[in-house]
Design a protein around this ligand. Structure first.
Ligand SMILES: *Cc1c(COP(=O)(O)O)cnc(C)c1O
Length: 403
């Protein structure tokens, strides 16, 4: 029995069915490439154009990240009680404070946890600093958002499937159309503590708001003493060709929510904001057993440094521009739009994208995943070279022209 068959059978028998994966069992990986059989033969080699939804901006098995992991394991210190201190956590807080230009950092583990934490901080700030009456705080969010899968978060999703069967939900959220500044202005009231949004929506299909939206949103928030929370979990750390996507509009949000590439392939998330806001958290108010653990912190510290000193941001911008330009030249009857920034590109089709993704995998050894049925999302590691992109473009041309 092949290993793939064995894994498919085990998954079928024992795993929750909350995903429908392509039949690709990844056993080894390096850079932008993965192998489905041990031994790294070309027959089993695939280009990963999904990067774990942006968790692998530095590529698989980056030597500096592998080295940081091994070194930390060798100390014997992978997790300690937060009743004690550890060195990597302290160093990570400093570098995250510097890169986000925020005074304080809260470390958590997953994206959803960081989003939940941001909401808790924003609400508490609303009560303790802004003077919102207890129990009345409102957070405004965008339609078609994706912020994770906890009960509170799916409660303000506009995706029916994410909510179906999971209620009752957490109150205190209002949804406005994404990128609609007038709707934001109308939704703001004296009990609003925050406006939380992705600066560009990834899961929704790589959608940027109208030019100037984020800047105007920041101004509105400032005028009304409201925190602008940018969920840069997918868009951050070079994905769009800037360190953070908010920088496309020269906006520094009041709070960043970060995860995915921050962990360099390991689970680590963070909220950063100034002391005026973070200061509402006192010892005992919030916590996490693994939040700030020395193992993932040591890795994340290296992961952030790699993004900064290996030109990944510049590579993302240049390679993204090139790829977008070349994809737009494909004269396909199926393509209705090609858009994106940096190495974050969506090809929108007038038909289901799944057969194209299957063909890309089976015939061309490129791993992509459809989003919203008719959109192919391309988000390779930011280490990808022009040669590798040219190789991928040939496959996209073949599949999109002739399917
Ligand atoms: C992936 C993602 C999340 C959730 O992160 P998890 O680690 O899966 O909980 C939240 N927001 C955005 C924008 C994301 O892309």
């Amino acid at each position: 029995m092949s290993e793939l068959k064995r894994v498919l059978d085990l998954m079928d028998s024992y795993s929750a069915k909350n995903y429908s994966p392509l039949p690709v069992n990844i056993v080894e990986a390096q850079g932008c490439w993965v192998w489905t059989e041990p031994g790294r033969k070309d027959d089993h080699k695939y280009l990963d154009c999904l990067s774990a939804y942006g968790a692998l901006n530095q590529g698989y098995n980056h030597p500096r990240i592998a080295n940081a992991a091994i070194k930390q394991i060798e100390t014997g210190v992978t997790v300690t009680s937060r009743a004690f201190l550890n060195t990597p956590m302290a160093d990570l807080c400093k570098i995250l404070s510097e890169v986000t230009e925020k005074e304080k950092v809260l470390l958590m583990n997953t994206g959803a946890e960081a989003v939940e934490s941001a909401i808790k901080i924003a609400r508490k700030w609303g009560y303790k600093k802004k003077g919102i009456p207890e129990g009345k705080a409102k957070v405004i969010v965008s339609a078609n958002n994706f912020h994770g899968r906890t009960i509170s978060i799916v409660g303000f999703s506009t995706e029916d499937q994410y909510k179906d069967g999971f209620g009752p939900f957490t109150p205190g959220f209002e949804i406005i159309p994404f990128g609609d500044i007038e709707a934001l202005e109308n939704a703001i009231d004296e009990n609003t503590c925050a406006f939380m949004t992705e600066p560009a929506q990834g899961e929704a299909g790589i959608i940027f708001p109208p030019e100037g939206f984020l800047k105007k949103a920041k101004e509105l928030c400032e005028k009304n003493s409201i925190l602008l929370i940018a969920d840069e979990i997918q868009s951050g750390f070079g994905r769009t060709g800037k360190l953070f996507c908010s920088q496309w509009e020269n906006v520094i949000p009041d709070m960043y929510v970060l995860a995915k590439a921050l962990g360099g392939g390991y689970p680590l998330s963070a909220v950063t904001c100034d002391e005026e806001v973070m200061g509402v958290l006192n010892p005992g108010d919030h916590g996490s057993t693994f939040g700030g653990n020395p193992f993932c912190s040591a890795i994340a510290l290296e992961a952030v440094k790699i993004v900064l000193d290996e030109d990944l941001i510049e590579n993302s911008r240049k390679m993204g521009e090139y790829m977008l330009e070349e994809l737009r030249k494909i004269d396909s009857p199926y393509i209705t739009d090609v858009r994106g920034r940096g190495l974050w590109i969506a090809i929108e089709l007038n038909t289901s994208a799944r057969p194209f993704c299957e063909k890309l995998q089976e015939e061309h050894h490129i791993l992509c995943k459809e989003t919203h049925n008719n959109i192919i999302r391309i988000a390779p590691p930011l280490t990808i070279t022009k040669e590798e992109i040219d190789w991928a473009l040939e496959a996209f041309r073949t599949v999109l022209l002739k399917s």
